[in-house]
Design a protein around this ligand. Structure first.
Ligand SMILES: Cc1ncc(COP(=O)(O)O)c(C=O)c1O
Length: 374
């Protein structure tokens, strides 16, 4: 048996007729850029997130960058960011001209721990990342943001449908960025992203910037970019958005099956926990911690058994070559570093059946035993 980390083919097979029809209809209309499909998707996604506005863009990276830029965050400013995230969160800050100011993370939620944040007069924004689908502690983020007058830019790239007690993720700060990278809970068939906000001025600015700084063809108010979601992707996303709630439910069910299968291994394995304040964790990733054994040996053994497990992420931001200029060496963020050496992402996708969960769990048990003998 082989169980991939994600299975986009089985998802496509399940909705093939709807997708093919949507793509064909875009081809027939030849409306490829800023079309009715794009507008319709934006209004449907804004409704899903619960914000007044959604502006679709070329990727999640574009979304975060444009969000920062639209709030005037740039040169000389610092943005707080958890050290445990995908590099794109940090790169968006750098691209805006601002400085990344890392914080360590909470060991239970994997999300940012603002208790460890050093905030200076140059700190102008905080970027909570709702990592793996679990909401960051937005109650704490909002309190600190209010106290220090920080803008809040949510990185919701892994959190389509996640809910915190403060409300749905993506609608809790000044602005948020979503990614529609194919493997995301809502994924396009190529790159795509969106910014969501309740602020009309931010939405207008991003709408202009994504289209060469133009609201009227050939008239350019600002020096903008070409960062648009294309019509075919919007058509695909409209179809998939109709399934997102049930796919998220299926992910939550798979996570509960893992818990049933693996609960008794608690002395060897720490399963993901849903922390206080989490109303809905959408399990973009199912990340376990190997407590005593060699993580790399366990991962190798799983992969050799046909289990497509991975690591998200093996190297924290401050230890990436690209961010050596931050001057944060090994030991700077101990919780992040310790988790990076212990985590494994097990396969999880909405179409995954009970038998596959049992197989992965059995192979994980074997791997722990194999490793124990060595
Ligand atoms: C946490 C996080 N932030 C930002 C991004 C960037 O999104 P994209 O790949 O669409 O640029 C991703 C995904 O790749 C992500 O996982």
């Amino acid at each position: 048996m082989r169980v991939p980390l994600v299975d986009l083919q089985s998802q496509y097979r399940a909705i093939r007729d709807e997708i093919d029809q949507a793509i064909q209809s875009t081809l027939d209309s030849s409306a490829f850029i800023l079309s009715d499909e794009v507008e319709a998707f934006e209004s449907e996604f804004a409704q899903f997130v619960g914000t007044k506005y959604c502006v679709s863009v070329g990727s999640g990276s574009d979304a975060l960058f444009l969000a920062l830029e639209a709030m005037g965050i740039g040169h000389g400013d610092e943005v707080l960011l958890p050290a445990n995230t995908f590099i794109a969160s940090a790169l968006a800050i750098t691209r805006a001209g601002a400085r990344v100011k890392l914080t360590d993370i909470d060991p239970e939620s994997f999300n940012l721990d603002l208790g460890s944040a050093s905030i200076s007069e140059n700190t102008k924004a905080v970027m909570p990342v709702h990592l793996y689908g679990q909401p960051a502690d937005m109650t704490a983020v909002k309190a600190i943001a209010q106290q220090h007058r920080l803008k809040v830019v949510e990185d919701a790239a892994q959190a389509h449908g996640s809910i915190h007690r403060e409300g749905p993720c993506g609608g809790l700060g000044d602005v948020s960025g979503f990614s529609f990278y194919p493997g995301k809970n809502l994924g396009a068939y190529g790159d795509g992203g969106a910014v969501c906000t309740n602020d009309a001025a931010i939405s207008d600015r991003i709408r202009t910037q994504r289209n060469w700084g133009s609201q009227r063809k050939y008239f350019h108010e600002t020096k903008g970019y070409n960062c648009r979601l294309d019509g075919i992707q919007a058509a695909v996303l409209r179809v998939k958005l109709r399934h997102l709630a049930s796919w998220n439910e299926a992910r939550i069910r798979v996570a509960s099956w893992y818990r049933e299968e693996l609960d008794d291994l608690q002395h060897e394995l720490k399963l993901p926990s849903e922390v206080e304040g989490t109303v809905r964790h959408v399990y973009h990733l199912y990340v376990v911690q190997i407590l005593h054994h060699s993580r790399d040996a366990v991962l190798e053994s799983l992969n050799a058994s046909g289990v497509g497990a991975g690591i998200h992420y093996p190297r924290p931001i401050h230890l990436q070559q690209a961010y050596q200029d931050l001057g944060c060496g090994v030991g700077s963020f101990p919780v992040t570093e310790s988790l990076a050496s212990r985590i494994i992402s097990l396969p999880l996708f909405p179409e995954m059946d009970r038998e596959s969960v049992a197989y992965v769990s059995a192979k994980l048990r074997d791997a722990l035993q194999i490793d124990r003998r060595t």
